[in-house]
Design a protein around this ligand. Structure first.
Ligand code: ADP
Ligand code: ZN
Length: 436
């Protein structure tokens, strides 16, 4: 693993006081900009009894109002733009599950920032000029494709824009072009791994050495599985459309939390119920403010992603702070028989049991007023046919492991390999059928 210094990373190592000064300066400018350019923020800032000049330093950030996803829907399509339309060079949109999608805008300066933070992310994964990067995130309105693309080019890597899907062709390209790094959702990579095995390609024998995975939660147990199965290093990259897309933060080679590029995106953790800021180390909802974006700056966006800020400095020497990996979204929390459960707990439990394959699905049902959770997991075909009683034993082992972690007894069903749903992008693992 090379940890040689790359000049693109310099902003990751700026001494803390200097970083705070830059953040304060940028916050003042962004507050002024949204106040002057957008009705929603002007009203919100006035309603909070503030003036733009009331915000003097980054320490004043908690006085500012929050922005929530519905603010972006309510101002659809262009209501939060803070640049004139003829300066905007790109629009993206995020899949609104209900009703209208949300639209985000970038001017020339913003697409530069985006490429910059992606380049910094790639450098922190140990990539460099000469790497061959297969970008299997979806190209199009989704931010993953183009977001990673321009950062890869900026680094000087050779970017192959495969986008998602057509898995056999993905594998052929990976092999024939000597791909050294791939970007996609972790669930799509699992699918690629399966398909490669099916058609007799062993990813471990290829030059592939890094996987850049994000856009959905995944666990350290999943990381271990992927790293062993493909003989690569698997890195976490985080981002969301409202803030910029991928590249809000990324792991470094230490793989111990996501460094936030906080000279551009300022992180806070709040108590999701009270909205009060929480100290470092406490788990809550991540709130992000764009400090430098111009076409569509966002103040204190409530991401609904649950994590905490790490207070210890990272051995890599970066001064920008880290968050722990995202454990779940507040709206992914499963409340069952009075207990709070999130899918990553189930993933961790399952992958601890030998014979488990990394494909699972959680189904919630209600019968006679009682909630039931069923966990379906794919297991090695051999185990299913091995000997009488082996299946029941394995089921019991899964159930016990899950109960140990979540404190609830659930129904475990074993599935044959390649029978549960796969995804070329984000995978929905929870089917809530309680209100059907
Ligand atoms: P959508 O809200 O439609 O999924 P995005 O494509 O912008 O829109 O997805 C952003 C969300 O994806 C984040 O808010 C977060 O919940 C999730 N996400 C992105 N990267 C990661 C990651 N590395 N780990 C966990 N979750 C992630
Ligand atoms: Zn680090």
């Amino acid at each position: 693993m090379t940890t040689r210094f790359h000049p693109a990373s310099s902003p990751d190592f700026v001494p803390a006081p200097q970083l705070r000064e830059l953040q304060s300066q940028r916050l003042r400018a962004v507050v002024r900009r949204v106040y002057d350019q957008t009705k929603l923020y002007r009203n919100r800032i006035n309603e909070a009894g503030l003036r733009p000049e009331s915000i003097e330093s980054i320490d004043d950030i908690a006085q500012l109002p929050f922005t929530v996803k519905s603010d972006l829907r309510d101002t659809y399509p262009f209501g939060l733009f803070a640049s004139p339309m003829d300066e905007i060079v790109r629009l993206h949109a995020s899949s609104g599950t209900t009703g209208k999608p949300i639209v985000v805008a970038y001017n020339r300066h913003d697409v530069e920032i985006w490429a910059e933070v992606i380049e910094r992310a790639l450098v922190s994964f140990g990539l460099h000029e000469g790497d061959i990067l297969q970008n299997s995130y979806g190209y199009g309105l989704f931010t993953g494709g183009l977001g990673l693309h321009y950062g890869g080019e900026r680094l000087g890597a050779t970017v192959i824009p495969t986008s998602g899907g057509n898995t056999d062709r993905q594998i052929m390209i990976m092999k024939d072009f000597g791909v050294s790094a791939i970007c996609c959702t972790p669930s799509y990579f699992l699918h690629i791994l399966d398909r490669a095995a099916e058609i007799g390609v062993d990813l471990r024998s290829l030059p592939l050495r890094a996987g850049i995975f994000g856009a959905e939660p995944w666990t350290d147990a999943m990381r271990q599985h992927i790293e062993q199965a493909a003989d690569i290093k698997a890195y976490d990259i985080y981002g969301l459309t409202e803030i910029i897309g991928p590249g809000v933060g990324a792991e470094c080679h230490c793989q111990n939390g996501i460094h936030i590029f906080e000279d551009h995106f300022y992180p806070e953790i709040i108590d999701p119920n009270t909205g009060q800021p929480l100290p470092d180390g406490e788990t809550g909802e991540l709130v992000l403010t764009t400090l430098s974006k111009q076409a569509m700056p966002i103040l204190r966006f409530r991401t609904r992603d649950v994590t905490s800020l790490v207070s210890e400095p990272c051995p890599c020497g970066r001064t920008i702070r880290r968050i722990h990996r995202i454990s779940h979204r507040t709206d992914d929390m499963i409340i069952i028989r009075g207990c709070n459960v999130f899918p990553s707990q189930i993933e961790t439990a399952l992958l601890e049991v030998e014979g488990a394959l990394p494909h699972y699905q959680i189904i919630l049902t209600r019968s006679r007023g009682l909630d039931q959770m069923e966990v379906q997991i794919e297991v090695n075909a051999q185990i299913l046919s091995d000997r009488i009683g082996a299946m029941e034993e394995l089921q019991a082992r899964f159930a016990k492991q899950i109960e140990h972690i979540i404190g609830l007894h659930v129904v475990v069903t074993l599935a044959e390999p390649r029978t549960l749903p796969r995804s070329e992008g984000k995978l929905r693992r929870v089917m809530d059928q309680r209100n059907l």
